[in-house]
Design a binder for this molecule. Structure first.
Ligand SMILES: [Zn+2]
Ligand SMILES: [Zn+2]
Length: 135
């Protein structure tokens, strides 16, 4: 199984092999700011399963609410963040689930930072007030 994720303009393309080891939805304010939406969905893959097939990304590095830094890789032309490297999970790469543009993509197993969730949002997921999980 191979899936391709790409940015809004299509210049950045990632190939992801196999199934994601975890899919996680995050309600935190950083994810809200980054996406402009109300939550983000990350598909976590082992590092060796992800390859950049086209384009050159820029990087934005920041601390996270969990206490570990994260480096985001985004398209310098259209601004989409396509993947990120969480120091909390150094063996994994997070890929923006929406970038696969695939309604059949596996659904998240969990939602984290629900204490920052917009109150009207109800999701059929196990929910954590913060992020308790170390994968
Ligand atoms: Zn782009
Ligand atoms: Zn978040």
């Amino acid at each position: 199984m191979e899936r391709y994720a790409s940015c809004h303009c299509g210049k950045l393309v990632l190939r992801c092999a196999g199934e994601p080891v975890k899919v996680s939805l995050c309600h935190c304010f950083d994810c809200q700011k980054r996406t402009g939406s109300l939550f983000s969905v990350a598909a976590f893959y082992p590092r060796e399963s992800v390859a950049l097939m086209a384009g050159e990304a820029k990087m934005f590095h920041r601390p996270s609410a969990s206490g570990f830094d994260v480096s985001f890789h985004f398209c310098p032309d259209c601004g989409s963040s396509l993947w990120w490297e969480p120091e909390r999970l150094p063996h994994l790469i997070g890929v923006a689930a929406g970038a696969f543009a695939d309604p059949d993509f596996p659904m998240p197993q969990q939602a984290v930072w629900s204490e920052q969730r917009h109150k009207w949002l109800a999701l059929p997921l196990a929910s954590h007030a913060r992020n308790p999980v170390k994968t």
